[in-house]
Design a protein around this ligand. Structure first.
Ligand SMILES: Nc1nc2c(ncn2[C@@H]2O[C@H](COP(=O)(O)OP(=O)(O)OP(=O)(O)O)[C@@H](O)[C@H]2O)c(=O)[nH]1
Ligand SMILES: [Mg+2]
Length: 296
C-alpha cells in the first residue's frame, strides 16, 4: 500500500490551497502571495515557505518560465530536491541493535513501537520490546498488549523502576535469545531539559553496557501539533543524539507541509510516518510519493 493512498487528510493539503493558482497565465505578485499563503496554510512555516519560493523565483527567472503551472512544477521539484538524498534507512549492526524512542506525552511512541515491531518481524528480525516507560504501569501494559498482538517478547519492570535497568534487562534477554533488535520505549513526562538529558544519557549508556549498541534514537512527533511541536522537538535534539524522526497522525487533520518544516528546522530525516492507530498504519517515508500527494 503506498504512502500516497494512506495519507488521509494530509493528502491534497497544499493542492487545495493552489486551486486558484492552477491554470492561471503569467504569475504576478498577487499569485506569489497566494503561493506563500498556501504553503503556510499547509504548515510549511513562514521561513521555509519564503525560502522555497525564493528558490523557485530564481529558477523561474533563469529559465524564463512565468506561467503558473510551470511555476508549480518548479515548486514541486524544489520540495522534492530538499527531501531527496537524506538517508532514511534504520541502522542496524549491533548485536542486538537498540532503537530508542523519545518524545513528549501522547505523540505515539508506544504505538509506533508496536507497529514497527510488526514490520521488523515481517522483515525477518527477532525483536524484543523494552518497556522503558516505568512512570505508570499502564504504559508497560500498553506495550505488552502490542507485544502480544505482534508476537514478540516484552521486558518490563515494576512501576517506578529505573528505566535504564529495564532497557539493560531487555538487551540481556535479547542477547541470550539471539534476538537482533530491541525497541525501547521511554517516558514522555520529564520535567526539565536537564532532567531529560540526564535520563536519556543514562538509558543510552546502560543500553550499551552489555552486548547492545544504540544504532537509532528516533524522535517521535505528532504532526497535528504543527509548528508548535517544533519547540519541544528542539529540546529533545539538544538532549539526545537523535538520528531520525517519526511523524505520527498524518492521517488526521495534519497539513503535510510539517514534514518539510521539521526536516528543515531540525536537520534530521523523517524515517517513518504514522497514518492511523492500527498495526499496519506505519510506513517508511517516501518523498516522491509524499510530494505527489501534497499537490493532489
Ligand atoms: N490517528 C492516529 N493516531 C495515532 C497514531 N499514532 C498514535 N496514535 C494514537 O495516539 C495516542 C497516543 O499514542 P501512544 O503511543 O500512547 O503515545 P505515547 O507517546 O506512547 O504517549 P505517552 O506514553 O503518554 O508518552 C493513542 O491513542 C494512539 O492510538 C497515528 O499515526 N494516527
Ligand atoms: Mg507511551
Amino acid at each position: 500500500m503506498s504512502l500516497r493512498s494512506r495519507l488521509g487528510r494530509a493528502r491534497g493539503a497544499l493542492g487545495s490551497g493552489l486551486t486558484g493558482v492552477r491554470g492561471r497565465g503569467t504569475v504576478d505578485p498577487a499569485t506569489w502571495d497566494e503561493l506563500e499563503d498556501a504553503l503556510v496554510l499547509a504548515d510549511a512555516g513562514v521561513g521555509l515557505a519564503s525560502s522555497l519560493l525564493d528558490a523557485v523565483r530564481r529558477r523561474a527567472a533563469e529559465s524564463g518560465v512565468d506561467d503558473a503551472d510551470r511555476i508549480l512544477g518548479l515548486l514541486k521539484e524544489e520540495m522534492l530536491g530538499r527531501l531527496d538524498g537524506a538517508d532514511r534507512t534504520l541502522a542496524t549492526g549491533g548485536s542486538p541493535s537498540v532503537w530508542l524512542f523519545v518524545g513528549v506525552n501522547g505523540v505515539g511512541k508506544t504505538t509506533t513501537i508496536g507497529k514497527l515491531g510488526r514490520r521488523q518481524v515481517a522483515d525477518g528480525h527477532r525483536v524484543v520490546l523494552a518497556a522503558g516507560d516505568t512512570y505508570r504501569a499502564a504504559a508497560a501494559d500498553q506495550l505488552s498488549l502490542w507485544a502480544e498482538r505482534v508476537g514478540v517478547t516484552v521486558v518490563r519492570g515494576a512501576e517506578g523502576a529505573d528505566p535504564g535497568s529495564v532497557v539493560f534487562d531487555a538487551v540481556e534477554h535479547a542477547a541470550a535469545q539471539g534476538a537482533d533488535l530491541v525497541l525501547a520505549d521511554t517516558a514522555g513526562r520529564v520535567h526539565t531539559r536537564q532532567n531529560l538529558m540526564d535520563e536519556l544519557f543514562k538509558v543510552r549508556r546502560v543500553a550499551e553496557k552489555g552486548a547492545g549498541t544504540v544504532t537509532e534514537t528516533l524522535l517521535v512527533l505528532d504532526a497535528m501539533t504543527g509548528q508548535n511541536g517544533l519547540v519541544q522537538a528542539r529540546q529533545f535534539t539538544e538532549a539526545a543524539d537523535v538520528t531520525g524522526l517519526v511523524l505520527t497522525k498524518l492521517d488526521g487533520s495534519a497539513k503535510g507541509g510539517i514534514v518539510l518544516a521539521v526536516e528543515a528546522e531540525l536537520g534530521l530525516p523523517v524515517k517513518l510516518v504514522g497514518v492511523g492507530e492500527g498495526p499496519d498504519d506505519l510506513l517508511p517515508f517516501d518523498p516522491a510519493d509524499f510530494v505527489d500527494a501534497l499537490f493532489e
